[in-house]
Design a protein around this ligand. Structure first.
Ligand code: NAP
Length: 254
């Protein structure tokens, strides 16, 4: 419930940071601002989110233009995952067309430390090609969208971690699937990787704290990491912390 004519903000979510921005905004403004979080609808049971929730695609940039106009949105926060490039581009185009201010959340990248054996890969397919050089027992945490890139990997065993158990078998010859969502602890990641005798970690350069523990575990185990490089961030007014996002929103709304 919101006060009539109160400003509306649309948070494009699907990340822990989007949920945190929604929560802090909701606590800060209460009914004075309507906070709407949008999810693609990929996760079966998303975590609770403060404010209103809408689920499902908008129908491309044109669909988002219609939505922004119909709902009279005052500002958009693109707090989607750094690899979710289509929705970010649609948000950029839709905000440009409607002149709705767009705030882009720039999730801090992971920083390499002594002992890390990171090998940056330009794509999941490139990581799949390179895999045999590095090991045979792979912890694959790239998410569902990239798994098909590894279909041609033979003589390789995968431990695949997804948010939800897949409804169909994965297109991998030799894989064990587990479903879990972060945050993960270093102790748990170490135990998991040791139990499954993992010799290579494959992940995206997602950044942020939720899934960083696996990199610490890989370092401690002396395990190489094939890391898929981040795409370019969408253009816009950038913030790189949840607090900075809410502060900037406050400036935009006043
Ligand atoms: P994507 O390729 O950028 O988007 C594909 C389509 O899904 C978009 O064109 C849009 O459909 C719809 N969509 C995506 N995010 C949406 C949102 N927040 N609200 C409403 N519709 C959305 O995205 P993706 O990589 O498939 O990721 C989907 C969602 O999962 C994102 O919200 C992202 O934050 C989250 N996520 C992604 C990853 C990842 O590695 N890619 C990891 C963790 C979480 P329409 O064109 O019909 O509007």
């Amino acid at each position: 419930m919101s006060v009539p004519d109160s400003p509306k903000i649309l948070i494009l979510g699907g990340t822990a940071e989007a949920a945190a921005i929604a929560e802090i905004s909701f606590l800060r403004w209460g009914e004075g601002v309507l906070v709407i979080t949008s999810l693609a609808g990929r996760t079966i049971a998303p975590s609770a989110i403060a404010g209103e929730l809408r689920v499902g695609g908008f129908g491309g940039a044109a669909g988002m233009v219609n939505y922004l106009r119909k709902e009279e949105i005052s500002a958009v926060v693109d707090a989607t995952h750094p690899f979710a490039t289509r929705i970010s581009e649609n948000a950029r185009l839709a905000c440009e067309a409607t002149e709705v201010p767009l705030l882009v959340f720039d999730r801090p990248a992971w920083q390499r430390k002594d002992g890390d054996q990171w090998h940056m890969m330009e794509s999941a397919s490139r990581a799949a090609e390179a895999l045999p050089e590095y090991g045979q027992r792979i912890f694959l945490t790239t998410g569902r969208g990239e798994i098909s890139a590894f279909t041609s990997c033979t003589n390789i065993w995968f431990l695949v971690r997804l948010v939800d158990m897949p409804l169909e078998p994965l297109p991998l010859e030799n894989a064990h699937v587990i479903a879990a969502r972060g945050p993960f602890t270093v102790e748990a990641e170490l135990a998991l990787m040791e139990r499954h005798k993992i010799d290579v970690l494959v992940c995206k350069a997602s950044g942020g704290e939720m899934t960083r523990a696996k990199l610490v575990a890989a370092r401690e185990l002396g395990c190489p990491v094939l890391m898929i490089s981040r795409p370019e961030l969408s253009e816009g007014d950038r913030v790189s912390s949840v607090d900075a996002a809410v502060t900037r929103l406050s400036e935009i709304l006043t």
